[in-house]
Design a protein around this ligand. Structure first.
Ligand SMILES: [Zn+2]
Length: 243
């Protein structure tokens, strides 16, 4: 199962499973209309029924590292959201970029982030973590992070100058650095940055079930901007705190 403590995929949640604790994150990343075992909530679908005020990270965010702490002034653009409010669903989109979901079952706070390659380099994931620590008093060791499906290094290349930044982060993030367009692993980079930021390695979920499948390589399961061009759908990762 995808879920760490307190995480329930949407399809199971609809089945009425009630045994988890009150900070109940839901992580759903998959393509609409498929039998994706993670559950589905894709473009055009509503984020969980019965959840008021669904909020999404816009797909037209600036691929930077601004985080909106709900209840405070909403920035003009942002790629991360955190909240400890009940009854609100926050969501992150990703159609090759990584939709990331964060939960602290102890302080009952959560977050989402949309992490493309620029946002990854700028540290959107750790910026979201830092907002949870600063705003809700979360402890790093309590925060659970789930990386939704994203494009893999098999299908994602950057110009060498940009790839070098990932290589500087960790050489393992780049393949064939000497080529004009090296292959880049944004998932590995995200995990490395989260671990450097103090998230426990075992609290980062990036492998379970379909999470590690490349979005571009799996048209049966996922949307992909790189594969599908401008007319692309998106995966959604979302979470809410149980009332
Ligand atoms: Zn691929």
């Amino acid at each position: 199962m995808l879920a760490p403590r307190g995480f329930v995929p949407a399809q199971e949640r609809r089945g009425g499973r009630q045994s988890v604790q009150s900070a109940q994150p839901k992580v759903t990343c998959g393509k609409a209309g498929t039998k994706n075992s993670l559950g589905c909530a894709s473009d055009g679908q509503k984020v969980p029924k019965g959840r008021e005020k669904p909020v999404q990270v816009s797909g037209q965010t600036d691929h930077a590292n601004d985080v909106w702490i709900m209840g405070r002034k909403e920035p003009e653009s942002y790629d991360g959201i955190t909240t400890n409010q009940r009854g609100v669903t926050i969501a992150a989109l990703g159609a090759d970029c990584i939709p990331i979901v964060f939960a602290d079952p102890v302080k009952k706070a959560c977050g989402v982030a949309h992490s493309g390659w620029r946002g990854t380099l700028l540290g959107i994931a750790t910026a979201t973590v830092n907002a949870m620590v600063a705003e809700y008093g979360c402890s790093l060791e309590d925060i659970i992070v789930v990386l939704g499906p994203s494009v893999g290094p098999c299908c994602f290349t950057l110009p060498r100058e940009s790839a070098k930044a990932f290589h500087n982060l960790d050489p393992g993030c780049v393949q064939r650095l000497d080529s004009p367009n090296p292959h880049v692993d944004i998932r590995k980079a995200t995990r490395i940055l989260l671990e450097r930021g103090g998230i426990l390695p075992q609290n980062i979920q990036d492998q379970n079930q379909d999470l590690s499948l490349c979005t571009s390589c799996h048209p049966d399961k996922f949307f992909s901007h790189i594969r599908d061009g401008l007319n692309f759908g998106t995966q959604i990762g979302f979470i809410s705190i149980r009332e």
